[in-house]
Design a protein around this ligand. Structure first.
Ligand SMILES: Nc1ncnc2c1ncn2[C@@H]1O[C@H](COP(=O)(O)OP(=O)(O)OP(=O)(O)O)[C@@H](O)[C@H]1O
Ligand SMILES: [Mg+2]
Length: 288
């Protein structure tokens, strides 16, 4: 295949479902036959690793060797020197495998100070393109079909690096006035970044999440999102599903969840059609 497609979940707001979205879209892509790598940049709490039940094991690994390279290390200006020491496949040391086919580079306590460290880099271009450099040079050769990032729910130097590197933004939105505003603000912000740096970062997928279609209010917001984002809106909304919450607490996605409820099955199907839509968008746009 040759081309690695990247996308990042982002909205300048907590709790709308970024982590859930990245976990589920990752598995959906993998079920569609793609090789998938997920990268957690969303903060040291390790939510994405928890979502796949691998956080405790990773914590043990961190405790056993504090100097082991991690996702924060790749932003370091000495990364290329470190990578050289690590040998022929330095990224292999960062990746852990999950039970659901997707590979994962988990979050790390080092992410805590990363925003401030990046803030000390004077040149904006350099400050925001560290992740891009790492991915271009070290991850693209691994020939994953899809690399998805989970970003912090706020605008900072780390999320900028994610947007920069991904170029495709996935915004999970809940059905409310605040999310509608946040999505609008995101579009404005992306336009500003694109203008300032000559980039083409697009809001590629607006994914309505936690939708309770029994309420007319949800329907009204859904219609509004469809009208505002006619091409980016996901074909099917992700329903509010207790199983999504339960599965996450058990360290899995609803794709691996035994005995799924009706809403869980709807969620699976919706994530699959969303992954399919993203795949189509990826093929339409080749970012160089
Ligand atoms: N469709 C859904 N149905 C039910 N619960 C959901 C759904 N999507 C997400 N959740 C739950 O909502 C909570 C927030 O979701 P998630 O952690 O994915 O959001 P987030 O945007 O990553 O949050 P943060 O900004 O804190 O990182 C979690 O408990 C998750 O299990
Ligand atoms: Mg999260």
């Amino acid at each position: 295949m040759g081309t690695t497609h990247r996308a990042a979940a982002f909205l300048d707001k907590g709790g709308t479902g970024k982590t859930t979205t990245i976990a589920h879209l990752g598995v959906a892509f993998s079920e569609l036959g793609a090789d998938v790598l997920l990268i957690d940049l969303a903060g040291k709490q390790g939510d994405l690793a928890k979502h796949f039940g691998v956080w405790d094991t990773y914590q043990e690994q961190i405790a056993a060797d504090e100097a082991w390279p991690n996702i924060a290390t790749v932003f370091d200006d000495s990364w290329s020197t470190i990578a050289e020491k690590l040998g022929s496949d330095p990224v292999a040391d960062l990746i852990i495998e999950t039970d659901e086919e997707v590979d994962l580079i988990p979050a790390h306590p080092g992410l805590d100070t990363l925003d401030a460290t990046l803030g000390n880099i004077d040149d904006a271009q350099t400050r925001y393109s560290r992740l891009t450099q790492f991915l271009d040079e070290y991850v693209d050769p691994l020939e994953y079909d899809v690399v998805l990032f989970d970003l912090p729910g706020l605008t900072n130097n780390v999320s900028y690096n994610g947007l920069w590197a991904a170029r495709h933004v996935i915004a999970p939105v809940e059905m409310g006035p605040f999310e509608a505003k946040q999505a609008e603000a995101l579009t404005t912000d992306l336009a500003k970044i694109n203008n300032q740096f000559g980039l083409n970062i697009t809001l590629t997928l607006v994914l309505p999440n936690k939708v309770d279609t029994r309420t007319t209010l949800a329907d009204e917001y859904l219609a509004e999102f469809e009208a505002t984002y006619p091409t980016a809106i996901a074909p099917t909304a992700i329903p509010q599903s207790q199983d999504i919450r339960n599965a996450a607490q058990q360290g899995q996605t609803v794709f691996a969840y035994g005995n799924p409820s009706k809403t869980a099955e709807q969620a699976r199907a919706a994530y699959t059609t969303a992954a399919d839509a993203l795949w189509t968008h990826f093929k339409e746009t080749t970012h160089v």
